[in-house]
Design a protein around this ligand. Structure first.
Ligand SMILES: Nc1ncnc2c1ncn2[C@@H]1O[C@H](COP(=O)(O)OP(=O)(O)O)[C@@H](O)[C@H]1O
Ligand SMILES: [Mg+2]
Length: 195
């Protein structure tokens, strides 16, 4: 089983969206996927409850920490993590084969990113771990377009870019519409995960 963790010390950057998006595209490609919700706020769990209430079958199952230990036969475990919880971040990172770090455009966001990078640098990661940064909520302005070169200058590979779209917000408790799933596929394939 391949473990993919979505991490950031900052809240509201799109961890849950990226987790759900990645789980969805893997599930739609025919893999057996579980999404582990390690956030005590349970946003990914809430997403699944919304889908159940609406009668929408998701191509993955959201599970809690106890279930996670008994999950067998999955191809992928996607881990959604809480903000401001360095222990959970480091614990998830240690057990992962792929790390995805979402971030928002803005100079202040770059500073906050360093906290996440610092926390990850303290972890004994798996051999051959793949790590990528995902720019989220991009707009057509100078701040957004400056982000990718700035990150790459720091040696942080940008593996996908997600534009700001109200349809992502509206997708809570539902499937992400097909025309908005390309960045999730790109993030995975860029890091060598076959769909
Ligand atoms: N690309 C996007 N476009 C529009 N809204 C977004 C986008 N990414 C995230 N959001 C919204 O921003 C909020 C925070 O996203 P979320 O994935 O819950 O972040 P986190 O899990 O890091 O706290 C949610 O309301 C979500 O719908
Ligand atoms: Mg979240």
């Amino acid at each position: 089983m391949k473990v993919i963790s979505v991490l950031s010390r900052k809240g509201g950057v799109g961890k849950t969206l990226l987790s759900v998006g990645v789980a969805q595209v893997l599930g739609e490609a025919g893999h057996r996927v579980a999404l582990l919700d390690r956030d005590p706020e349970g946003s990914a769990m809430g997403w699944q409850h919304g889908a159940q209430a609406g009668g929408i079958p998701l191509p993955y199952r959201v599970i809690g920490p106890i279930e996670a230990t008994t999950m067998a036969g999955m191809d992928f475990l996607v881990v959604d993590t809480p903000p401001n919880d360095i222990r959970t971040l480091q614990d998830s990172a240690r057990q992962s084969h792929v790390l995805l770090v979402p971030l928002l455009p803005g100079a202040g966001e770059m500073d906050r990113l360093q906290e996440t990078v610092q926390a990850l640098s303290e972890v004994d990661l798996q051999k051959g771990v793949q790590m990528g940064f995902v720019l989220n909520r991009l707009e057509h302005d100078n701040v957004s377009s400056a982000m990718r070169p700035a990150l790459e200058q720091l040696g942080y590979p940008v593996v996908a870019q997600i534009r700001k779209a109200v349809d992502y917000q509206r997708a809570f408790g539902n499937l992400i519409p097909a025309h908005l799933t390309a960045p999730f596929k790109e993030a995975l394939t860029t890091l060598g995960v076959k769909l």
